[in-house]
Design a protein. Structure first.
Length: 215
């Protein structure tokens, strides 16, 4: 190898090592170098998700419905009031369970005045059906941080099976209590639940949630 090429390789080698280390840290997820005592960053590692009863942290949770805007794009609707309980079995995930409740009347949208219409008698009829509820029927581990949760969704008084694709985004010591974060998504057919025929295309439910153990 010519001298110049050998010299370039020698100079580049440390840079490549540093780049690889940086990529590994980025994949792990950024974490501040100095954290207050008792606060721990989460990592996408199922081994850090200790078994037990968890409760949803609504301050760090988003429940979103992506609804087709007459075929052009998607309107984003967010539900602000949600609660959930998770019983997680680390050694046997299939034995885990989840119950979640969303208040349809808490729907929010960037379109002025549209949220009240969506919550009203034309669409979600939240006065008659103040809660939508999901109760798991089975957990399936599909990979180190990936799984599926099957369950029954009750909306507008009608119950149908729904399957959520779930990814563990982080787990760890949290803020003095074990904590885990997940990203989940599922598709539902609005006609199954008697939603207005105006919404005639499948709706995607997207959830980013954090659960805290013993909170």
């Amino acid at each position: 190898m010519p001298f110049r090429r050998r010299l370039a390789a020698l100079l580049l080698a440390p840079l490549l090592v540093l780049a690889a280390a940086g990529a590994a840290q980025a994949a792990k997820g950024p974490c501040p170098a100095m954290l207050p005592p008792g606060i721990h960053c989460g990592e996408p590692d199922a081994a850090l998700a200790s078994a037990g009863a968890y409760h949803l942290d609504p301050s760090h949770t988003a429940v979103i419905a992506r609804v087709s805007h007459i075929g052009y794009g998607y309107s984003i609707f967010r539900f602000d009031k949600v609660k959930a309980d998770l019983v997680w079995d680390q050694d046997a995930p299939a034995k885990s369970s989840l119950t979640a409740v969303v208040e349809p009347g808490s729907i929010d949208t960037p379109v002025p005045g549209f949220a009240a219409e969506l919550a009203g008698p034309k669409f979600l009829r939240s006065a008659d059906f103040p809660e939508a509820k999901f109760v798991s029927t089975s957990f399936h581990k599909l990979g180190p941080t990936h799984g599926r949760i099957d369950g029954d969704l009750t909306l507008l008084g009608k119950t149908h099976p729904v399957s959520f694709d779930v990814t563990l985004t982080g787990a760890g010591g949290g803020f003095g209590h074990p904590r885990m974060g997940v990203h989940a998504s599922a598709w539902i057919n609005p006609a199954d639940f008697g939603v207005s025929p105006f919404l005639d295309r499948p709706i995607e439910l997207v959830i980013d949630a954090e659960f805290e153990k013993g909170a």
